[in-house]
Ligand binder design. Structure first.
Ligand code: SAM
Length: 205
């Protein structure tokens, strides 16, 4: 991605390869944007505290993260990894999903001084040829982490068993409708009107 991005470089724009967990900058930014990446970084309360420091006093933060970890495509991988032969080979490694509930991000943004915010959980519907395509999907995302924790031969067995369980659970509906949840969040340091709203008593709906 970065190699291809180089061609879009121009004065004032550069691309760097760095771990998000270590990223710092002496200058804050007007906009900090992340698409489908922060789900790979642990400890979101601490991560957002650090990321918020990168946003200038009049700046904005916008983040999208997948939040589909309660779908069988994800729970089956965790069950399998924590189970029997695979757990023995990986010392019981099961990927911890750091993505929080939408309301927790709302509270985090508020506590970090974002005067305005929108946090949504949105369902994206993907019409796939069959449930087998769900396996191909997670193979390029979630399962890359399990592959990194196993030998190639063990991962081949893991994938076979994962496929068997996923197809057993999702059935043979064709096409298969893959409902995929994502958290979309946005925060602005300042309110558009410049002032701040303080509510003295909660209003019932
Ligand atoms: C689903 S891709 C999204 C890429 C891009 N943001 C986009 O919207 O097309 C997730 C990316 O996060 C990167 N990534 C994962 N962990 C990371 C980390 N700790 N620091 C920086 N990048 C990371 C991966 O290398 C991958 O390129």
């Amino acid at each position: 991605m970065l190699e291809r991005a180089t061609g879009f470089g121009e004065p004032g724009l550069r691309f760097v390869q760095q771990d998000i967990a270590d990223f710092t900058s002496e200058q804050p930014f007007d906009v900090v944007f992340s698409n489908a990446a922060l789900q790979w970084v642990p400890d979101h309360p601490a991560l957002f505290r650090r990321v918020a420091q990168l946003v200038s006093e009049s700046g904005e933060l916008a983040v999208q993260m997948p939040a589909n970890h309660d779908h069988p495509s994800h729970t089956i991988a965790a069950d399998l990894a924590g189970d029997g032969a695979f757990a023995r080979e990986t010392n019981g490694y099961v990927r911890k999903i750091p993505v929080l509930r939408p309301e927790e991000y709302a509270a985090i943004l508020h506590s970090l001084g974002f005067a305005e915010q929108t946090v949504q959980l949105r369902v994206y519907g993907h019409v796939l040829r069959s449930a087998d395509d769900v396996v191909e999907w997670t193979r390029g995302t979630l399962l890359t982490d399990y592959a990194a924790h196993m030998s190639a031969a063990t991962f081949a067995r893991f994938l076979d068993e994962y496929r068997r369980r996923v197809l057993g659970e999702l059935g043979d509906e064709r096409p298969y409708f893959y409902a995929f949840k994502r958290v979309l969040l946005w925060g602005a340091r300042r309110q558009a009107g410049g002032g701040q709203t303080v509510s003295s008593a909660p209003q019932p709906p």
